[in-house]
Design a protein around this ligand. Structure first.
Ligand SMILES: [Zn+2]
Length: 173
């Protein structure tokens, strides 16, 4: 890392520590030529990818949310976790390689549907039905957000319909 004061390339890391939320690493550096001190941050590239909701609101892309949404659709389905991981990683790579700094929730939804279609037909139908309802009624982004809080819900639709945590429809499969 080039020294911002004298331009020397002979700089050294004195200290590294993660930020409070562990989304970045803070490194304190010192220049061996001029003694100047400066700080750099290392963070995952995905943190720069922003999701644009239909309302126009932006929030940082969150891989965990994406994974949870997919897991909800796949609940009780005979699909190995490794395959789910691979699918999610594939979606993330597609988003990254698009080169766009902002991605609409509808794009993520379409990628999830495409992935689930290959992975598991039932999960695909579950997700697709919720996705379509959402386009009419509510914002799709809730699939990627709020509804995934409720781990007991097998179907995203159950949560969206009424928001109650204990829906009797939970037992229908
Ligand atoms: Zn320097």
């Amino acid at each position: 890392m080039r020294c911002p004061y004298c331009g020397s390339l002979d700089t050294q890391v004195k200290d590294s520590r993660p930020s409070d939320d562990h989304s970045s690493i803070r490194r304190r550096r010192v220049c061996n030529d001029c003694g100047g001190r400066f700080t750099t941050f290392e963070r995952v590239q995905l943190r720069e990818l922003m999701v644009v909701k239909r309302s126009g609101k932006r929030s940082p892309f969150d891989r965990d949310k994406l994974l949870r949404s997919v897991e909800i659709a796949l609940r009780k389905r005979p699909v190995e976790p490794e395959r789910i991981e691979r699918m999610v990683s594939g979606i993330v790579r597609q988003l990254e390689s698009s080169g766009e700094p902002e991605v609409p929730t509808s794009t993520i939804g379409a990628l999830i549907m495409a992935g689930l279609r290959h992975l598991d037909g039932v999960a695909y139908v579950r997700f697709a039905s919720v996705y379509k309802d959402f386009r009419e009624a509510k914002d799709f982004e809730e699939i990627l957000g709020e509804l995934s809080h409720d781990e007991a819900d097998p179907l995203p639709a159950a949560r969206i319909d009424d928001g109650r945590p204990d829906d009797p429809r939970d037992n229908d499969n």
